[in-house]
Write a protein that binds this ligand. Structure first.
Ligand code: NCC
Length: 276
């Protein structure tokens, strides 16, 4: 149902979605207190130039996929929220370069977040649902989840681990493109962590393979590969416009339908390889 050609859509994503992390020079973060907490280096400096990257959704369909080796063969791997590795290497691999977490996890599950070793590997990025096209100031005053104190606690405990706050402007720049390319009205909620992670990797990498965001033949109502919980909304979406995200990703896929069916794999170009 997308209106633009895949090429034009990629150009829109490249040119209109500004993927940046909060910096010490940004609005309410330009205080001496925040300078101690925000990472000194930019995300680009921290990761360097990345070639082939993998994004691993948390979907139940990863179970028994045996995709671990293939996922680990990438230069960098992005994972989400509390998605574990231990005990699941065969299916999801063991490399974690970036972990994108939502602000709900950082606040509501604060105790686990501060304690569990899972979070101590790789680069962390946290994001929070912001009001539609709000300025950073407005969002800072009323975040969806007030994760800032947990962020500071985590930074004090792990000062050497890069931990970024995603600039909230990006989520609505991306949402606008999702809405413009859908025939229906989509829910006015930010895209899922999955969709945000895909676009983050497209800015950092030459090429991005996404696993089980578009479900393979293993599609299941089991929500996560690491839990026994059943809920179709995990795959289809409820709060997040997940179905629309998946239609858009399908539209710009450069791989084959067979790759989706067999491996749940979609291949997308990095923005530096998109020529408009
Ligand atoms: O479940 P979640 O997502 O952590 O999954 C990460 C991303 O994987 C993709 N996914 C997941 C399951 C599935 N069956 N199909 C999929 O395609 C999605 O792209 C998803 O974004 C989130 O987006 O942050 C979310 O987080 C959870 C939860 O907050 C975290 O896991 C922390 O515990 C949300 N669940 C609840 O609030 C109950 C979920 O709605 C969205």
């Amino acid at each position: 149902t997308a209106k633009l050609s895949p090429e034009k859509l990629l150009c829109q994503l490249r040119d209109r979605v500004n993927v940046t992390m909060i910096q010490g020079s940004d609005g309410p973060f330009d205080t001496s207190e925040w300078q101690q907490y925000l990472p000194g280096k930019s995300l680009n400096e921290t990761v360097g130039h990345l070639g082939h990257c993998a994004v691993v959704s948390s979907a139940g369909s990863l179970k028994s996929s045996h995709l671990g080796q293939e996922i680990d063969s990438h230069d960098a791997v992005l994972r989400f929220n509390g998605a574990p590795i231990k005990g699941f290497q065969e299916d999801v691999g063991q490399k974690t370069t970036i972990r994108l977490v939502n602000s709900q996890l950082v606040t509501v599950e604060e105790q686990q977040f501060l304690r569990e070793a899972l979070y101590n590997t790789g680069i962390l990025i946290v994001w929070d649902p912001a009001p539609y096209h709000a300025e950073i100031d407005e969002w800072y005053r009323k975040p969806d989840y007030n994760f800032f104190e947990s962020y500071k606690l985590y930074r004090s405990a792990h000062p050497e681990q890069p931990f970024y706050i995603l600039n909230p402007k990006m989520q609505w720049q991306l949402w606008d493109i999702l809405q413009e390319n859908s025939l229906e009205h989509i829910q006015p909620n930010p895209p899922s962590s999955g969709m945000l992670g895909i676009v983050i990797m497209m800015t950092l990498c030459d090429e991005v393979d996404v696993y089980e965001f578009l479900p393979s033949k293993r599609q299941t109502d089991i929500c996560h590969y690491y839990q026994k919980f059943h809920d179709r909304a995990c795959t289809m979406g409820a709060y997040h416009p997940l179905l629309f995200e998946k239609n858009l990703v399908k539209h710009i896929n450069q791989g084959t339908d067979e790759d989706i069916y067999i491996q749940g794999k979609v291949t997308l170009p990095g923005f530096r390889n998109v020529h408009c």
